[in-house]
Design a protein. Structure first.
Length: 271
């Protein structure tokens, strides 16, 4: 049996969410991650998705980006405005998690940013808990993000119960593709898998992402590392490539599912 895999909406970003669900089912995905950008602005799309969603089909709403004030503290006012509508979408679609990312804020003080992320995650955790919505934090490997390595992500959640982690192969690659020492794999709730072209890792942007096996990221190293730490899934295909958005989404979904199967279930899987 193939390893269960989810389809992140960013992979077929121009596709309505209800169609995204149907395409994922037809292509053999176990579930999906849906995009807040679409559902926040299109009430009809949200209603259409809510009508057809199945139990446990939506792993996460992606999501919310915590922001900093000019002084480097958590922008609580912005969080208070943005949090409610996203949690409402999670409730309506029975999403298991709200995914949270740090800001892209060049020059921000790392220690202050860590404290701000902890504050924001605690607020979100407490707001989501009554509805049993999980909160998961994903670091961004971009050079202008103050939380840009697995180790810094680990520091953000240390001593912060009730907050899980997401690891993305592109961000791991952009951060230097180092070891996961200091990254608490036991807090890992999802792994996003994708590949990247041969360009300097610190110059990689979301739109560069390609399907697993088509680039230079040592994906088997990453998969083996998290499996060695006891992680067994879930996994999700997440690219942001505009070329894929211009391709029939069914085609991308099928190609992506096959690529994930080769990576996770192929002859070298688990080696």
């Amino acid at each position: 049996m193939r390893t269960p895999v989810h389809l992140n909406g960013a992979t077929i970003m121009t596709t309505p969410t209800d169609r995204h669900l149907r395409i994922a089912r037809d292509a053999g995905y176990a579930g999906v991650e849906v995009r807040a950008q679409r559902l926040l602005v299109d009430a009809a799309e949200l209603r259409a998705t809510a009508r057809i969603v199945r139990t446990s089909e939506i792993w996460s709403l992606n999501g919310i980006q915590l922001q900093l004030t000019p002084e480097g503290r958590l922008d609580r006012e912005r969080l208070s405005v943005e949090m409610g509508p996203r949690l409402d979408i999670c409730r309506r679609l029975a999403a298991a998690y709200l995914l949270v990312v740090p800001p892209r804020a060049a020059g921000a003080d790392r220690e202050a940013a860590i404290a701000a992320m902890r504050d924001g995650l605690a607020i979100l955790r407490d707001a989501a808990a009554p509805d049993r919505i999980g909160v998961a934090f994903e670091f961004l490997g971009f050079g202008d993000c103050p939380i840009d390595t697995p180790q810094l992500a680990g520091r953000v959640v240390t001593g912060l119960p009730g907050v899980d982690l997401v690891l993305d192969s592109c961000h791991w690659h952009a951060s230097g593709a180092g070891t996961l020492g200091g990254f608490p794999i036991d807090r890992l709730a999802m792994v996003h898998l994708n590949d990247a072209p041969a360009k300097p890792p610190r110059e990689i942007e979301d739109g560069d992402r390609i399907l697993p096996g088509r680039g230079v990221i040592p994906l088997t190293v990453l998969v083996d590392a998290v499996r060695a730490g006891g992680y067994r899934g879930p996994w999700s295909l997440e690219t942001f490539n505009p070329e894929y958005w211009a391709t029939p989404p069914e085609e991308i979904a099928r190609a992506g599912r096959a690529a994930m199967a080769r990576l996770l279930d192929g002859p070298t899987a688990g080696s």
